[in-house]
Write a protein that binds this ligand. Sequence first.
Ligand code: UT7
Length: 325
Amino acid sequence: MKKVGIIGVGEYLPEKILTNADLEKMVDTSDEWITTRTGIKERHLAAPGEASSDLAFKASVQALNNAKIKPEELELIIVATITGDMSFPSVSAILQNKLQAKKAVCFDISAACAGFVYGLSVAQQFISCGTYKNALVIGSEVLSSITDWQDRNTCVLFGDGAGAAVLSEVKSGGIISTYLGCDGSKAGILNLPAGGSRNPATHETVEKRMHFLKMQGNELFKIAVNTMTQAAETVLKQAGLTFSDVDLIIPHQANRRIIMAVAKKLGIPEERVYLNIERCGNMSSASTVTALCEAVQEGKVKKGDIILLDAFGAGLVWGACVIEW
Ligand code: UT7
């Protein structure tokens, strides 16, 4: 089996920034509540008409340049998203055309906030067994398009953005271990009720605001802490490593309190946890990959470092990955 690593990363965050002060004018909330309960100060919002493939394209161009790979060298594109441009075709097919990556096989993954880690794992299999040489894995979301801007329980939490990673065979290091999981019995805790085959769009679904994301946040909180802790423990054990070997943990950015509770349980000090939640909010599949990209760009990830990605989201799904950079 070939060793597979990330050889380039990129991100794109839309220009518009929505601050907690802006939200105070929209719903009954306060900067104090949002900051202390979530750790979020601001989030980026896509412009009207800007879709997931537009964000994915910009992040991908940066990642390909960073990896020094041309689009025509790509054989696989996987986009993790829950906010595709439309129900079909896939964002990855639309992106393939934008990039002119004509040789690439393309499909999307619906694994919510764990989508990027799921995508990494799938791409790794294709490359390690020799089916494809270069793959592009993206997390891209325009969550503002499914956010109920009248619901203070959810609208303060989410943001838009995209991150991309180019995967290829590497001589040393690379992905050491991945661990994925799912518990479909709790699918009702976080979902978007209408617009699919269960509740196709009608005047009634629109009037009942069923085309917006619904979340039982409080219930998710405890499950998120326990599941992310368990996923991190499992993937590290599989890798034959311990928490003292981890140079940086890059978790899904749903809530600063969740992340810090997980770090505490794992015995990982705060300075070894990467956060972009304060500036970006929760961007679902785009959170872990943009955080990874920023950590690399800021020089917080150096060659030989052990990094741990740890994500959890709607499904419920989870995924963790240990990488030697
Ligand atoms: O990314 C995928 C996975 N997602 C998650 O893992 C999210 C997990 N959940 C969370 O991060 C947190 O549960 C939230 C941030 C969503 C909520 O924080 P919480 O500490 O669990 O608050 P809560 O839902 O228990 O609500 C506490 C109070 C309620 O008021 P009462 O009933 O106690 O009077 C809410 O109505 O806070 C109220 N509240 C707000 N107040 C001001 C809820 N949202 C707001 C708000 N501003 N935006």
